[in-house]
Design a protein around this ligand. Structure first.
Ligand SMILES: Nc1ncnc2c1ncn2[C@@H]1O[C@H](COP(=O)(O)OP(=O)(O)OP(=O)(O)O)[C@@H](O)[C@H]1O
Ligand SMILES: [Mg+2]
Length: 170
């Protein structure tokens, strides 16, 4: 049984992440979305909320679970019995950073294999950082994040809900 972990900060979850989750889940027996506490990034959403937002949207994917973690990613992957780490790639800059981390992780844990999935072109421009900037300025997030995330962002930044989800424009 192949257990894989898709680690990230998910602050917050986007459709770019969801695309990777769905595609990875189709390749492995069990996928664990590992939500990294990441105090260095000073996340907008508390860890528990980041976990909940992912849990709410993966209910239809029977082999996917969500877990929060602290510390080294490779330690977390071992703890859950994982053999594979999943990451998504959008641009050259992602590749350089992933390559660096992959070589370090191989030193730390040669038993864990890295599997990188290329972004789907429609999500290439999506990052949590950009989503937060758009949300803060009141931009419509339709097609970029699930509705529960749009609502959570709206609550954070006090943006009208119809603007956040795009539903008011139908
Ligand atoms: N649109 C996307 N397409 C493919 N992979 C993605 C996409 N967005 C994020 N990822 C990948 O998901 C993983 C977790 O990413 P992370 O939580 O850092 O999200 P992020 O959007 O890069 O957020 P931030 O802007 O805070 O770095 C990383 O491997 C990242 O490259
Ligand atoms: Mg990132």
């Amino acid at each position: 049984m192949v257990v894989a972990v898709y680690p990230g900060t998910f602050d917050p979850l986007t459709y770019g992440h969801m695309d990777i989750i769905e595609r990875a889940a189709a390749l492995v027996d069990k996928l664990i979305v590992g939500i990294y506490e990441n105090p260095a990034k000073q996340p907008l959403f508390p860890l528990e909320q980041r976990v909940r937002l992912v849990e709410e949207v993966i209910t239809g994917l029977s082999n996917v679970r969500v877990k929060a973690f602290k510390g080294l990613t490779v330690d977390f992957i071992r703890q859950v019995g994982g053999k594979v780490m999943i990451r998504g790639l959008r641009a050259n800059s992602d590749f350089e950073r992933e390559f660096e981390m992959a070589l370090m992780n191989r030193k730390l844990a040669p038993d864990i294999e890295l599997l990188c999935l290329m972004t789907s072109s429609q999500y290439q421009f999506l990052s949590s950082t950009l989503i937060k900037e758009v949300a803060k300025l009141g931009g419509c997030l339709e097609g970029m994040v699930p509705d529960n995330v749009a609502v959570a962002l709206k609550e954070k930044f006090s943006v009208p809900i119809e603007l956040a989800t795009g539903k008011g424009k139908m």
